[in-house]
Design a protein. Structure first.
Length: 666
C-alpha cells in the first residue's frame, strides 16, 4: 500500500483494564482527556505492513468516505469532519490519522494531505461508517470504539454490552461491565434509516427489567445475590434494540419499586438529582431513570416503571419528560412487577425523543388496535383549580383561583403561559372546575362525598397485598439459602409488606367496589359525556393539565423517622392523589417540564434553579395523540427540550412577575 505509515506523535497510553465478564479484560485507550475501548460490530482489516515496526499499539483514526476523482481530501470531507465534532465520542485526538475509503479501495493519510492514487489500494473492503476508530498497528485491524463514561450521580447499577452482535435479536445476550465504566459507542456508526428510527440513540433501563445475560436487582442486594442472570430480555427492550437503540446499562431503583425517600434508603445510596444545588431529592422508585436522563448527555432516553407515580414524580423534580402510558399498552413480560396497575414508560429530555421511543416500545398488538384519529379533532381542555374551601398550601395544589393571590406568582405565570399556548394550539378555551366539588355532586352512591376520604386508602389496598405476595416467597427462599437468615428490607418497606400480608382476600375484595366506582366516575364524568365540565360532545378529545412540580426545594437530607408499630399514617400517605387519576382509569399521563425558578439553597447559600413541570392527561388509548401534541408544541416553541446539569434550561429569558422565574427561549 505505497509507503509505510510513520506515526510520530505521542501515542495513546494504557491506563488500566476494564472488567467485561465473559471476555478477557479489554485495555482502555486514552485519547486526549477521554478513555475508550473497542466496540464490536465495526471491524475491518488493513495490512499490518503499512505501519513501521517502531509504531506499535493502538492509534486513533478517523474513517471517512473518499471520492475517486479527487487527489486531495475534498471540502465535503472536511465538512464531514466538522459534522463528527457533534459526536460525543469523536475528539480532535482522532485527527491523527485518516483512513480514506471507497468501495474496495482504501488509503491512509493525514487530514488535508495529498492522497495520491498510488496510496489507494484494492482490498476486500466493505466501507465503514464515517467516525472514530482505533487501529491496532500490530495487526492492522480497525476497531470501532466506545467512550467510557463515569456515573458521578450514582444513577446506574451496572453497564452492559452485547455479547455477540451477530446473534439474532431474540437470542442476543449482554455481558456486564465493571461498575466504574459505562460504554457509549459513536452515534456516527448508526446512520439514520427510516426502518430504524432509533438508530444511534442510547438508553438504559430500570433494574427491575430483564436483559438477557445481566442480573436484575430489583433494588435489593439480597435479591441480586440470590438470583442468576436473566435468560430472556423483556420484549419491549428487544423492540427498542431492533429499531436501532443502543442499550448501555441498568438504573437504580428503590427496593421493590416502593416509595422511599433518600432518608428512608439505607442499603444503597440514592441517586443525586443534578438540578439546582445537587442535593435535592431525586424522588423515589424510578429515580435512577430520571437522574440519568437529567444528568447525562450520553444517555438519550431511559425506561422506568410507574405504579403510583414512580415515573411522573421523579421526572417532575429532575426536570425531564416522563410518561405513564395507557395501562397494558406495553408488555410487562420480563418486568418484576407487583401490581395490576404497574406500567413501563419512557423518560427523555425532549418530546420528540419521547414520542419515538414510546411508539417503538408500545406493544404491537395494541398499536394495531388503536382507533384512527377523526379527520377533525375537537378538544376539551380541563383546568382544575384549588377548591374554594381548600387551603392553597394543601396537597394537591391545583391551579390558583383567579380571584386569589398566589403563593407562587412567578411559577403560576409560567403555567399560565403554557395554558394560553395550549388554548391557541387546540383552538379551544380551558374549562375551569373544582374537582372535589365535582366529585361531591356526582360521586357514586357507595362512596364518600369527600374525595380524599373516598380514595385515600385505595392505593395501599390495591398494591401492598400484591407486593407481599411477591416479596414473601423471596424472603422464604433467602432463608433457605442462607441458614435461616432474613434478607434486609428497608424499614418503611418492611412495615408496608407486613400491612399487605395482613390483608385477607376478603379485605382486598372489599376494596374493589371503591376502585371500580372511582374508575367509572373518571371514565364517565371527568373524561366522559355526562355534562361533567362545561359543554361536552361525543368524540371530544379531553386534555387535562395540572401543576406537577413548582420548583419547591425538597432536600435529600430531609429525614423521616422510622415508622413504629401502629403508626399507619406514617407508613402510608392518605388523601387524594392526582396520580390516581391515571393509575385507576388506566389513561396516559405525561410529566412535562415547562420552566425553572430560582431559590436560595440551604446548601450553597446561592440562588439555584429548580424545575417547574405540568401533567398532561388524556383518555385511555390517546397515547400517540398526546405525545404527538407535545412534539407539536415543542416544534412551535411553546415547549422546549431540556438540558442536562444544574439548570433545566441553560438559555432562558428572565422576567419579573412577583419574583424571578424563567421561561425557555424559543
Amino acid at each position: 500500500m505505497g509507503d509505510h505509515y510513520s506515526h510520530s506523535n505521542a501515542e495513546p497510553w494504557f491506563s488500566r483494564s476494564i472488567s467485561v465478564q465473559g471476555n478477557p479484560a479489554t485495555v482502555l485507550v486514552t485519547v486526549g482527556d477521554n478513555q475508550y475501548t473497542i466496540w464490536e460490530g465495526f471491524e475491518r482489516q488493513l495490512p499490518s505492513t503499512i505501519f513501521q515496526e517502531s509504531a506499535s499499539g493502538y492509534v486513533p483514526a478517523t474513517v471517512i468516505s473518499f471520492s475517486r476523482d479527487s487527489q486531495r481530501i475534498p471540502q465535503d470531507t472536511e465538512a464531514a469532519i466538522d459534522e463528527l465534532a457533534n459526536d460525543d465520542v469523536w475528539t480532535d485526538g482522532f485527527r491523527q490519522l485518516m483512513v480514506v475509503q471507497e468501495k474496495n479501495r482504501v488509503g491512509i493519510t493525514h487530514l488535508g494531505t495529498e492522497v495520491p492514487d498510488s496510496l489507494m489500494v484494492e482490498l476486500p473492503w466493505v466501507p465503514l461508517p464515517d467516525g472514530p476508530y482505533l487501529i491496532d498497528t500490530s495487526t492492522g485491524k480497525v476497531h470501532g470504539v466506545a467512550r467510557c463514561y463515569k456515573d458521578p450521580l450514582h444513577a446506574f447499577t451496572r453497564g452492559g454490552v452485547v455479547f455477540d452482535s451477530s446473534s439474532t435479536l431474540y437470542n442476543r445476550k449482554w455481558r456486564p461491565v465493571g461498575h466504574e465504566d459505562y460504554l457509549a459507542p459513536s452515534r456516527s456508526y448508526y446512520r439514520h434509516e427510516p426502518s430504524k428510527p432509533l438508530n444511534g440513540l442510547r438508553f438504559a433501563v430500570k433494574d427491575v427489567i430483564d436483559v438477557a445475560g445481566l442480573k436484575t436487582g430489583n433494588g435489593s442486594r439480597a435479591w441480586l445475590e440470590n438470583h442468576p442472570p436473566a435468560e430472556k430480555t423483556a420484549p419491549f427492550v428487544q423492540q427498542l434494540v431492533s429499531f436501532g437503540a443502543i442499550f448501555v446499562g441498568k438504573l437504580r431503583c428503590t427496593q421493590f419499586c416502593d416509595g422511599q425517600d433518600p432518608s428512608e434508603r439505607f442499603e444503597e445510596i440514592s441517586p443525586f438529582n443534578p438540578r439546582g444545588d445537587g442535593y435535592q431529592s431525586p424522588s423515589s422508585s424510578s429515580s435512577g431513570s430520571a437522574v440519568a436522563a437529567a444528568g447525562y448527555d450520553w444517555v438519550d432516553f431511559t425506561i422506568g416503571t410507574d405504579t403510583g407515580g414512580s415515573i411522573r414524580h421523579p421526572a417532575g423534580v429532575n426536570g425531564v419528560y416522563g410518561m405513564r402510558p395507557t395501562l397494558r399498552s406495553v408488555s410487562l413480560d420480563g418486568v418484576l412487577s407487583s401490581s395490576t396497575i404497574d406500567t413501563v414508560g419512557v423518560l427523555a429530555r425532549s418530546a420528540a425523543i419521547l414520542e419515538r421511543a414510546h411508539l417503538i416500545m408500545t406493544d404491537h398488538y395494541w398499536l394495531t388496535r388503536q382507533p384512527a384519529a377523526p379527520p377533525v379533532i375537537r378538544y376539551k381542555l380541563l383546568y382544575p383549580m384549588i377548591s374554594r374551601n381548600a387551603d392553597q398550601s394543601s396537597y394537591p395544589r391545583w391551579f390558583t383561583r383567579p380571584e386569589e393571590s398566589s403563593m407562587s406568582p412567578h411559577v403560576d405565570a409560567v403555567f399560565e403561559r403554557v395554558v394560553v399556548e395550549l388554548e391557541e394550539h387546540l383552538r379551544c378555551r380551558r374549562q375551569a372546575f373544582y374537582i372535589d366539588e365535582l366529585w361531591a355532586q356526582t360521586h357514586p352512591e357507595i362512596m364518600d362525598p369527600d374525595l380524599a376520604k373516598a380514595t385515600g386508602r385505595l392505593y395501599q389496598k390495591l398494591v401492598y397485598r400484591h407486593m407481599a405476595q411477591m416479596v414473601q416467597p423471596f424472603i422464604e427462599r433467602h432463608r433457605r439459602l442462607n441458614d435461616g437468615r432474613q434478607p434486609y428490607l428497608e424499614p418503611v418497606l418492611k412495615k408496608r409488606i407486613e400491612y399487605g400480608a395482613s390483608l385477607s382476600f376478603d379485605d382486598f375484595q372489599a376494596a374493589l367496589p371503591g376502585v371500580q366506582g372511582y374508575q367509572t366516575w373518571l371514565h364517565n364524568v371527568l373524561f366522559g359525556n355526562e355534562a361533567s365540565v362545561g359543554a361536552s360532545e361525543p368524540g371530544e378529545i379531553v386534555i387535562m393539565v395540572f401543576p406537577q412540580s413548582w420548583g419547591t426545594p425538597s432536600y435529600r437530607t430531609r429525614t423521616n423517622p422510622a415508622p413504629k408499630q401502629g403508626e399507619n399514617e406514617r407508613v402510608f400517605w392518605e388523601g387524594f392523589s392526582p396520580y390516581s387519576i391515571s393509575y385507576i382509569s388506566g389513561c396516559p399521563d405525561i410529566t412535562v417540564p415547562v420552566g425553572q425558578v430560582a431559590s436560595v439553597s440551604e446548601i450553597t447559600g446561592q440562588a439555584e434553579w429548580l424545575p417547574i413541570s405540568m401533567s398532561f392527561l388524556s383518555q385511555v388509548g390517546n397515547d400517540r395523540l398526546l405525545t404527538g401534541l407535545l412534539k407539536q408544541l415543542e416544534e412551535k416553541g411553546a415547549l422546549k427540550a431540556v438540558d442536562t446539569g444544574s439548570k433545566t434550561y441553560r438559555h432562558w429569558e428572565e422576567r419579573s412577575v412577583g419574583g424571578e422565574h424563567s421561561i425557555p427561549l424559543r
